[in-house]
Design a protein. Structure first.
Length: 152
């Protein structure tokens, strides 16, 4: 039986910017993503995003609200067959930074992670961001349904 992966992602804003992780991979080159990752068994969604932010950006956060839910069904979205069997549900939380440590204090950065950057929100629609749809929704400033669907 195939499993569906649950992941939490953080939307952290400050002064017209958003905090993103910078990645470099052979498949996508330089690209950006939201801090976060897989929920562990027995862990609440809020505990998951708190742990993931400490691991990936070295910061303590307070989840404020669940603002978006996005699905990624690989066979529908992926440009390659690499993700054909992958199905993930992502829960995006608006989060508040509680600490101000250097961003190189990440305890468990992702393998392809090469940095953490504040990016102007108005640049999100043209940024190589994964997923692009969430960046476009944030940049638009419009109220949207919480559930965004199977989008990339």
């Amino acid at each position: 039986m195939k499993k569906i992966r649950i992941a939490t992602k953080a939307i952290i804003r400050k002064d017209g910017q958003i905090l993103l992780i910078k990645f470099k991979s052979s498949e996508r080159g330089i690209h950006y993503g939201f801090p976060g990752g897989g929920q562990e068994h027995g862990e609440t969604l809020e505990a998951s995003i708190i742990r993931e932010c400490l691991e990936e950006i070295g910061q303590d956060v307070q989840p404020l609200a669940l603002v978006h839910v996005r699905e990624f069904i690989g066979r529908n979205q992926a440009p390659s067959t690499m993700y054909n069997e992958f199905h993930q549900v992502e829960c995006y939380f608006e989060c508040k930074l509680l600490s101000d440590r250097p961003y190189d204090a990440a305890t468990v950065p992702d393998a392809d992670q090469i940095g953490v950057e504040w990016i102007d929100i108005d640049k999100l629609p043209t940024l190589n961001l994964v997923p692009q749809t969430v960046g476009q929704v944030i940049a638009s400033g419009q109220l949207t349904p919480v559930y965004l669907g199977d989008v990339n």
